[in-house]
Design a protein around this ligand. Structure first.
Ligand SMILES: Cc1cc2nc3c(=O)[nH]c(=O)nc-3n(C[C@H](O)[C@H](O)[C@H](O)COP(=O)(O)O)c2cc1C
Ligand code: SF4
Ligand code: SF4
Ligand code: SF4
Ligand code: FES
Length: 627
């Protein structure tokens, strides 16, 4: 790298490629050739940088200038202005979402500077397709140390000291898992990597596999040494083609360099690793189902014990760890377990990668020390809620997780604190919701996913989730019945306690947490036929509060049905016979003049022009003052 005056780290992760970063690379190469700058400027296609919503992104070194939403048309300007004249192109710099202030340097952007990178330490810094670049960042030194200087027990002790817990969801201590397997006698053992990543919205593992595939291999080599395995498989869903191709390239390169195969580094230790592509069923991420799937059978969980450490793949002792778990291991071996646990809390050590999405300004992938309060992630790193809207809840842990409300935002992000709220850390999905989200619909969305993905082996999960989904659907369609909330809670407990695998055991969590923290929304859906957020179209009526309306016409302009009428600067009205409850007017009105009333208002509004009187009447009815 030092031969070049300028190194451009252009993101070549899935998100930025979809946004055109390969075209950008071609355009840069052409422009640089045209100007004869090949020996001065180096364009490197990296893996995901993390700030995907701003993509395609790139960082220019040594200046540390961060550019976002770059297009091929911007290339000549960047080369001319920045690379030749030294003047960064202002319009492509990051703008702080609230103050709209431009921040040129990566190190000054809060999204980046509040993170601590361990599992993601190489993201955006190396070309994932070149083993030399991984090696230049200390790559394979930990494997060499584990193979040449350490006994399996010493490797395990270091892992135990680190306190690292599996990042795939359950948070089981990695050192303990390895120790169980190492103690089992067996002529053949397997080391597996779980890159299935079935949680909707999660892309932590994909990003690591794409940006730093060698770190996964190195973690597996160390694990294999610890347990005595000489065969490994990486299970990756086939929807991740870039991860698969970069991993395959990494495996080939590692073999060529004597880091995989027979007699690794002359130590007499043998290990080979292969990739297995899964068909993308959520349940195949569950460890026993994953192993069945790898054997070429239908991916269905089986009861444990026996645990895979004793009887796993082809009934041989097996260790399965998650991609992010493996990405932490080389640094633990190099720097020691005590170094690892110097961040985080006593029981949740180190850092964790989260995928921040939903109603948040800075959408992307972050790595933070465990124990950081949720509020800091959402407001300081995530930049808060767009368009000045109000925070409502954050959903943690994907379909197995739960929704955490505003009054619990000081909760530290640790396995034990998050579980107290009813959610789980899971694999690290974090979906932020604002006041426009209906929590009954949110619960329904996640249950739709789990009911669809249930493998069907056990009735509580197969039938229970479907019945719960029917109840939730009825509630959102105005067919909810008194007693439904208690029924949902009872069924949840039954499904949790009687399901065979983690899918069923956690599927009710989103329902339970939304009932726990947002019960009044369920009640208003059932008893008042009213979805106050306007999401459930069957349960809401949009009308204009004529006293507040300024007559700006914004609602009229966005209405797809031409249902809004009114002169400029005069109160507007909604024609209920045309309105399809799309909520566009509600979101467009800056004066809080569009209101969402219960279903019962709809017919009445068609018949009267006195909207204020009607509104008062309905309010009185809902307050129980009238029959
Ligand atoms: C339904 C279900 C889906 C799962 N999906 C994944 C997954 O996609 N990736 C993953 O690493 N772990 C997943 N897990 C957890 C795995 O069963 C297993 O605990 C994990 O891969 C072990 O690795 P770790 O100890 O490093 O976390 C899933 C579990 C369940 C019950
Ligand atoms: S809990 Fe659900 S997904 Fe798991 S084995 Fe039973 S039916 Fe299959
Ligand atoms: S957008 Fe709001 S203030 Fe403007 S006309 Fe519509 S209801 Fe009135
Ligand atoms: S909810 Fe949609 S259809 Fe109805 S008035 Fe508003 S913008 Fe028009
Ligand atoms: S894919 Fe480019 S930042 Fe994530």
């Amino acid at each position: 790298m030092s031969n070049y005056r300028t190194n451009v780290m252009l993101c070549g992760g899935t998100g930025c490629i979809a946004g055109g970063s390969l075209k950008l690379k071609t355009a840069f190469d052409a422009e640089i050739n045209k100007r004869g700058l090949q020996n001065e400027i180096n364009i490197v296609l990296t893996g995901c940088n993390g700030f995907c919503a701003e993509g395609p992104v790139m960082t220019v070194y040594p200046d540390d200038i961060f550019y976002e939403k770059v297009t091929a048309a911007d290339v000549p300007t960047i080369v001319e202005e920045h690379f030749i004249k030294g003047r960064p192109v202002q319009r492509l710099l990051y703008k702080e979402p609230l103050k709209k202030q431009t921040i040129p340097l990566t190190k000054d952007i809060p999204f980046f500077n509040l993170q601590v990178l361990r599992a993601l330490r190489n993201k955006g810094l190396i070309d994932p397709e070149k083993i030399e670049e991984y090696i230049a960042r200390d790559g394979y030194q930990a494997a060499a140390k584990a193979l040449t200087e350490m006994t399996p027990q010493q490797v395990i002790e270091e892992m135990k000291r680190s306190g690292l817990r599996g990042r795939g969801g359950a948070g089981f201590p990695t050192g303990m898992k390895w120790e169980f397997c190492s103690k089992v006698k067996g002529d053949q053992k397997f080391i597996l990597c779980n890159g299935d990543e079935g949680d909707p919205g999660a892309f932590m593992d994909r990003s690591i596999m794409e940006a730093d595939p060698h770190v996964v291999l190195e973690g597996m080599i160390i694990g294999a040494k610890a347990i005595g395995a000489n065969k490994g498989y990486i299970y990756v869903r086939a929807e991740y083609p870039l991860a698969v191709s970069r991993l395959q390239l990494a495996i080939n390169q590692a073999r060529e360099h004597g880091l995989l195969g027979d007699d690794i580094l002359g130590t007499g230790f043998n290990l080979d690793i292969e990739i297995y592509q899964g068909a993308g069923a959520f349940v195949c991420g569950e460890e026993t189902a994953l192993m069945r799937s790898l054997e070429g059978k239908r991916g269905m969980p089986r009861p444990r014990p026996p645990f895979p450490a004793v009887k796993g793949l082809w009934d041989k002792p097996t260790v399965l760890n998650n991609v992010e778990t493996y990405a932490n291991i080389p640094q633990i071996i190099l720097n020691g377990g005590d170094w690892y646990r110097s961040l985080g809390t006593e029981k949740s050590t180190g850092t964790k990668v989260f995928a921040l999405s939903g109603a948040i300004n800075n959408i992307g992938l972050i790595e933070v020390p465990m124990g950081i309060p949720l509020k800091k992630i959402i407001y300081d790193i995530g930049g808060g809620i767009p368009k000045g809207r109000k925070f409502k809840a954050v959903q943690l842990g994907g379909p197995s997780g739960g929704c955490i409300p505003e009054h619990l935002l000081d909760t530290p992000v640790t396995y034990e604190d998050i579980v107290q709220t009813g959610a789980i850390i899971g694999s690290g999905g974090m979906v932020v919701m604002n006041d426009l989200n209906c929590m009954v619909s949110v619960a329904k969305f996640f249950l739709e996913f789990t009911a669809e993905e249930s493998c069907g082996k056990c009735p509580p999960c197969r039938i229970g989730t479907t019945v719960m989904l029917d109840i939730l659907t009825n509630i959102t369609e105005g067919k909810g019945k008194p007693g439904d909330i208690a029924l949902l809670q009872d069924m949840s407990q039954d499904i949790i306690s009687t399901s065979l695998c983690g899918l069923g055991q956690t599927a009710p969590n989103p329902v339970l947490t939304t009932i726990k923290y947002f019960k009044e929304e369920y009640e208003s859906h059932i008893h008042e036929q009213w979805c106050k957020t306007g999401v459930c179209k069957d349960l809401c009526t949009f009308y204009v509060d004529e006293e507040k309306c300024k007559g700006c016409g914004a609602c009229k302009r966005v209405c797809p049905q031409a249902a809004v009428a009114g002169e400029k600067k005069a109160a507007h009205r909604i024609d209920q016979s045309k309105c399809i409850q799309c909520r566009s007017c509600y979101e467009a009105c800056k004066f809080d003049s569009i209101k969402i009333g219960p279903l019962s208002m709809r017919e009445a509004l068609k018949e009267t022009t006195d909207q204020a009187a009607l509104r008062d009447k309905v309010a009185a009815t809902l307050a129980g003052k009238e029959e």
